[in-house]
Design a protein around this ligand. Structure first.
Ligand SMILES: Nc1ncnc2c1ncn2[C@@H]1O[C@H](COP(=O)(O)OP(=O)(O)O)[C@@H](O)[C@H]1O
Ligand SMILES: [Mg+2]
Length: 222
């Protein structure tokens, strides 16, 4: 994940968006990672340091290496929190940002300015100090039609599980070079993806490593 990348992860609820993203992060181990954990997702609870205070989360980005997970306050202005989150990621730079439930904070025709800046300029830019920066961005969502267009049109990696709506399936099928009906029939945890420069899509199934059952392993032998 050294190259600046933009990754779109789609699929209906429970198809494996978060699980696949967690596996990608476990493999790539980005030294600087910031996560917008929109719904305080238990499957991400093991991911780095969790913050409910955005100021504290932003201050923690001063470090050289960090894994930070911000859980927005849904009782306050979420758009303002996302704006600050994106501005901080852009200013700090050279990090991997993950935004879960992207359609909750962006709309097809109304991307917040700070998010748009991350998406449009994040590949390579210079900060006020003249130092080069870049961003790796993962955006997760159930429906591509609800994600902003600059994100959809700039993806280096498009990864999807099953989608429920034919309109979404057609949009993704065009980008993936597959039949949209296949996307509507994928079982949970099955995925199709296409990386920039690859003509043919890849297909796969998410698997999980079995946990060692320590309770039975530690049982004393009679
Ligand atoms: N580490 C894991 N081990 C086993 N099953 C998992 C693990 N992580 C997620 N799952 C299962 O994978 C499925 C997809 O979950 P998730 O990735 O959260 O879906 P989505 O983000 O698309 O809604 C769920 O049924 C979940 O229980
Ligand atoms: Mg999810």
């Amino acid at each position: 994940m050294t190259k600046a990348l933009m990754v779109g992860v789609f699929g209906a609820r429970g198809t494996g968006k978060n699980a696949w993203t967690m596996q990608q992060l476990a493999t790539a181990r980005p030294p600087r990672l910031v996560v917008w954990d929109h719904k305080h997702d238990p499957t991400m609870a093991t991911l780095g340091e969790g913050f409910t205070d955005l100021g504290a989360c932003v201050r923690a980005m001063r470090g050289k290496r960090f894994t930070l997970r911000y859980m927005p306050d849904h009782g306050a202005d979420v758009a303002a929190q996302f704006d600050l989150f994106c501005r901080a990621c852009f200013l700090v730079g050279n990090l991997c940002m993950v935004v879960d439930e992207l359609p909750e904070v962006t709309k097809a025709n109304r991307a917040p300015a700070a998010w748009r800046q991350c998406v449009n300029v994040g590949r390579l830019y210079r900060g006020a100090d003249g130092v080069e920066r870049s961003l790796v961005i993962f955006g997760l969502g159930q429906r591509p039609s609800e994600c902003d267009k600059s994100f959809m049109n700039n993806l280096d990696v498009l990864h999807t599980g099953r989608v429920a709506q034919a309109t979404d399936a057609r949009t993704l099928a065009d980008l993936l070079n597959v039949d949209h009906r296949e996307l509507m029939r994928l079982p949970d945890l099955h995925w199709i993806e296409r990386r920039a420069g690859q003509a043919e899509p890849l297909r796969g199934v998410l698997t999980f490593r079995k946990k060692v059952d320590r309770s039975s392993a530690q049982k004393p032998t009679p």
